[in-house]
Every structure is written in C-alpha cells, then in structure tokens.
Design a protein around this ligand. Structure first.
Ligand code: SAH
Length: 346
C-alpha cells in the first residue's frame, strides 16, 4: 500500500527538530532543513546542498514539498504581471505583481474561489473550492519577489491580500503565512507593509484585534447603508453593518491602527448624497480613510462605474468632513488582473 507522504512545510521548526531526533540524527539538522524550506524556498530536497545525500533520501521517503508552479505569466502594458499559479492538486489561483515608481506590491490569493457572494466580483462565481495552505500563500509572495528582482531590479516592498478569496475565512493559514513572511527566517518583511483586505467578518476582526496583529486592515465597504450593502454583498444580511462597526471600534481600541475602507461608486446604486452621508457617519466610529476604487466591469453591464460628478461629490464631502480620501486607478485591466477580475479565465 502506498503511504501518502506528508507536506514537510506543515511541520513547525520544533516538529522538524523532533523528527530528526526520532531518526537518530541531531535536532540541529531540523534547523538546516527549515532554513532551506522557508528562507531559501527550496523546491526540492535535491537543492539542499549542505545536507547529506542519505538525509535527503530519507526526507524524500517521508515527505513531499508541495511547491506551487507558475503556469502562465501575463504582462500588462502598464507593467502589471499576473501569475496563474498551479497548486499541487492541480487547482489554480492567481496572484498579481503591481509596480509603481517606487514600490512593488504583491496581490495574493488566500482561497481557491470564494464563499462570499459579492455580486460585482468575478471570483465569487467560482465558489469556494478550498483554503490555501500557509506555504501556498508564502510561495506566491516568493514568486512575485523573484519577478520583481528580475523585471524591476528591486525586491518586493508591499503585500495586499486582495487576490482570490476571503482571507478572514482562512484565518489560521493566513496568519501562519504572514508569520513566515515577516520572520527573519522567512522573508523578513515588515508587517506594516502588509494589508489584509476583508469583506468584513466581525468575529474574525475581533479575533485579529485580540491576537494583536501588526499588519494593516482594509475593509471592502462599498455602502454604509444595510439595505444597499445587502443587495450588492448578500452576506451582509448575516454580518450587518452594526456588527461590523462594533468589531471595527474594537479593532481600533486594541490596535490603534487606522482602517482603510475600500469603496466603489456605482451608477444608480450608491451615488446619492445620502450614500455619502452614511459613509461619513460610518467613518467617524473609528479613525479611517477611504479609498475610492475604480470598478472593473466583469459582465453584462449590470454594474457601471458612476460618473465623475458622483466621484467628485464623494471626494469633496469626505474632505469637508476631514476624512482622508484617495482615488485609486486600476492596473492590469488588459490582462484581467485588476481587482475583482481574477477568475482563472486562462
Ligand atoms: N475578500 C476580500 C479580498 C478580495 S477582493 C475583500 O473583499 O476585501 C479585493 C478588493 O477588490 C475588494 O475591495 C473588493 O471589493 C474589490 N473588488 C471586487 N470586485 C471588483 C471589481 N469588479 N472591480 C473593482 N474592485 C473589485
């Protein structure tokens, strides 16, 4: 009978050290292998050149390294790069490299598909197939860091969890991945350069606050009026705005970290003065800023980006209320790499 080999990166460093001891070897060997697995992101045991051949064969007999494979890479005319990432079981997710003058941002996926049902997002049509493992999230970051060095001659500077999936519905694995990304034994990046974007799962926002995480939080708000938000993000019926607001107040009280609200203004949906007034009120519960993002059409035209006047109204009313507002232009639209367009079309 064939025994299913375990993914070696599911082991902690301590577990790896113990494994070597049970094999009659030195625990220290575990540190060496751990360094290969994370710091050097080795793809195979063969790569571990300072580990003896016998040890490598022994590891091979017990474990696998479930490494991701970048199947297809597309480059946009604006420099954005989209990776179709094949997982060990054949499923595919997407991640995106977004370059600006001074930084490179990686937009990574946290799940295959998504269990939420935002009606304007292409990923929601894929349904949730499974959560990504910590190493699969980590590998996406390593791949983009390598591409950044190759194409832009600089390391990756920022990470946003704005690819496929809802990161707070895969909380433990997301946290484990971020631990590795920020640890000196992994990529050693500052958590301040990482933003986790959520549709708003109140219970998990409170958990993050209790865990005293150091990364930034962005919430995809899109409307501060329950009836409207539920019509475009149906799960809002389960997690209504009052609960979301309460969790965000809790987050700010514990972390003192300002919240970013991501917000798209659509024609005929949330382009009225009353919509802006509700948003302003919501913004006052905890220090926050608003990021007005451009809508990337995904379908039959049911949703249309509002006109410039509506956007200007948002900007001027928010500013008049001393709320910081930025308008973000989309990148990588020509290769379906922009927000909400990730749906494994290839
Ligand atoms: N589930 C998380 C992260 C993935 S979505 C979240 O909801 O935040 C990342 C961002 O893209 C969110 O702000 C989301 O609202 C936005 N988005 C989804 N579809 C979009 C579209 N078609 N055009 C522009 N932004 C979109």
């Amino acid at each position: 009978m064939e025994i299913k080999k375990k993914d070696i990166r599911a082991l902690t460093k301590e577990q790896l050290r113990t494994f070597f001891e049970t094999q009659g070897d030195k625990a220290f060997r575990g540190n060496q292998v751990y360094e290969w697995l994370w710091g050097k992101a080795a793809h195979s045991f063969e790569d571990m050149t300072n580990v003896s051949k016998e040890t490598r064969q022994m590891l091979e007999a017990h474990f696998v390294i479930n490494h991701i494979k970048v199947d297809q890479m597309q480059r946009s005319s604006d420099g954005t790069v989209k990776n179709a990432v094949r997982l060990h079981d054949g499923l595919v997710v997407e991640s995106v490299l977004i370059p600006t003058k001074s930084r490179t941002t990686a937009c990574v996926s946290s799940q295959v598909g998504c269990s939420l049902d935002c009606r304007f997002c292409a990923t929601s049509r894929l349904k949730r197939m499974r959560n990504l493992n910590p190493d699969e999230i980590y590998d996406q970051v390593v791949a983009i860091d390598n591409e950044s060095r190759l194409y832009f001659d600089r390391p990756l500077s920022n990470i946003v969890f704005m690819g496929m999936g809802e990161p707070l519905m895969n909380y433990n694995n997301m946290i484990k991945a971020i631990d590795k990304i920020t640890s000196p034994e992994g990529l050693g990046m500052s958590p301040k350069r990482i933003t986790v974007s959520t549709s708003g799962v109140p219970k998990m926002i409170k958990k993050m606050a209790d865990d005293e995480v150091k990364f930034k939080l962005a919430v995809s708000l899109h409307s501060a009026i329950d009836e409207i938000r539920t019509s475009i993000m149906p799960f809002n019926a389960t997690f209504p705005l009052d609960d979301l607001r309460e969790s965000l107040e809790y987050w700010y009280a514990k972390t003192k970290n300002r919240i970013t609200y991501e917000y798209i203004v659509w024609d005929g949906i949330n382009d009225k003065k009353s919509d802006v007034e509700a948003l302003i009120k919501f913004c006052k519960f905890a220090p926050s800023k608003v990021n007005l993002i451009e809508y990337n059409p995904i379908d039959d035209g049911e949703f249309q980006q509002a006109n410039t006047e509506a956007l200007d109204m948002y900007v001027s009313m928010l500013e008049a209320n001393h709320i910081t507002v930025t308008v973000r232009r989309s990148r990588g639209k020509d290769i379906d790499a922009a927000c909400g367009q990730l749906a494994n079309k290839g």
